[in-house]
Design a protein around this ligand. Structure first.
Ligand SMILES: *Cc1c(COP(=O)(O)O)cnc(C)c1O
Ligand code: SF4
Length: 341
């Protein structure tokens, strides 16, 4: 057993999100100490410096149970040696995004919706991420380069929804986001702005007054899809951030990734849906893992996934059952899998 070192008491609201970001935990030993674990208790731990670096902000690390090497939040961020084992069928661009990436920073794959990659960076590095191999250096755009993306949207009148994605789009400054959002809102055929972000969960302070300002001033309908995989990821500061968003008219949805050893049992998924609804978020998608190199150890096969979905569908009202989906390159939408009842 490792000694449990008490975490320093922090006044969460006194630290800006930028400071939280810069003091994020970035090496394995610090993370183990912070969570009361020792390296010997964790089988196959990668103690080197993985090419996809470890990154865990403290507000997230604070929700990891002390002294539990199998904690479902810890498992999402802890680098393991198995990530380096090549697994047949797991590749670096499983969604074939290179094909839909016609202009730098823009992915137009589905009808009516265009996805803008506003940054390649994330506040947290999730080990299973399908973007761990994405060529983000080719998608780092200055405001001037965004003109190209804006022109693309202007000239495609079928685009009614713009999605801010990443990396995590909310790592951009509010000044930049305000400017971009105003430019998008000026395009007559765009009706909705959707933001895909894990920040309300990872660093709740990111839902700042400045952010709510630009989100509220727009006439666009606003939707935020958060990314939460486990009920333990929602603590009080996250609950408060979500409440602020709702009070400002933002529709809140959640997408999760089905992950072996993290949330692959019915009770965990039921608790997650219940907790999400309690804090005003509708479950949207439960994704099968994208088959990205380095993440195979988190994967479940389609039959196991459908059985799990069946077990939660048998216990929850329909509106709390997320749609089980996966992405198939070349399809016009995400592909749904029916629960096995
Ligand atoms: C998932 C996704 C969307 C949004 O799809 P919805 O089914 O509307 O949530 C848009 N563009 C890309 C590239 C996507 O992967
Ligand atoms: S894109 Fe989402 S899943 Fe991937 S590392 Fe960033 S926050 Fe995690």
């Amino acid at each position: 057993m490792c000694p449990i070192i008490p975490r320093s008491e922090q006044l969460i609201h006194s630290i800006s999100w930028q400071s939280e970001l810069s003091r994020a935990i970035s090496n394995v030993n610090d993370l183990l100490t912070y969570t009361g674990n020792c390296a010997d208790d964790i089988e196959g731990l990668d103690t080197g410096s993985p090419s996809f670096p470890l990154r865990v902000p403290r507000p997230y690390a604070d929700r990891i149970q002390q002294g539990n090497p199998n904690d479902p939040l810890l498992r999402q961020v802890l680098p393991l040696n198995v990530e380096q084992q090549p697994t047949p069928g797991y590749i670096s661009d499983p969604l074939d995004e290179a094909t839909s990436n016609r202009l730098p920073g823009i992915i137009h794959k589905y009808h009516g919706r265009v996805l803008l990659i506003l940054t390649g960076a994330c506040a947290i590095n999730c080990r299973y991420c399908f973007r761990r191999e994405f060529p983000y250096h080719e998608n780092q755009n200055s405001m001037a380069e965004w003109q190209q993306a804006l022109d693309y949207i202007r000239h495609n009148s079928s685009i009614t929804e713009v999605i801010y994605s990443g990396g995590d789009p909310l790592l951009n400054s509010d000044t930049k986001l305000r400017q971009l959002t105003r430019a998008i809102a000026d395009i007559p055929h765009v009706k909705r702005l959707r933001i895909h972000t894990r920040l309300p969960v990872v660093i709740p302070q990111r839902i700042s007054t400045e952010l709510l300002d630009w989100l509220t001033e727009t006439h666009l309908q606003t939707v935020m899809v958060i990314h939460c995989n486990h009920a333990n990821e929602i603590d009080e500061p996250t609950e408060q951030a979500l409440q602020r968003l709702r009070q400002h008219g933002v529709t809140l949805l959640n997408q999760s990734v089905l992950l072996k050893g993290v949330n692959d049992d019915p009770k965990t998924l039921i608790d997650l849906s219940e907790r999400l609804f309690e804090v005003g978020v509708m479950p949207y998608y439960l994704h099968l893992l994208d088959k990205v190199q380095g993440a195979a150890h988190f994967d479940l096969d389609k039959t196991q996934a459908r059985q799990l979905a069946g077990k939660i569908a048998a216990k929850l009202p329909g509106f709390l059952v997320p749609k089980l989906v996966f992405e198939q390159p070349g399809e016009v939408a995400k592909t749904a899998l029916l629960p096995l009842l």
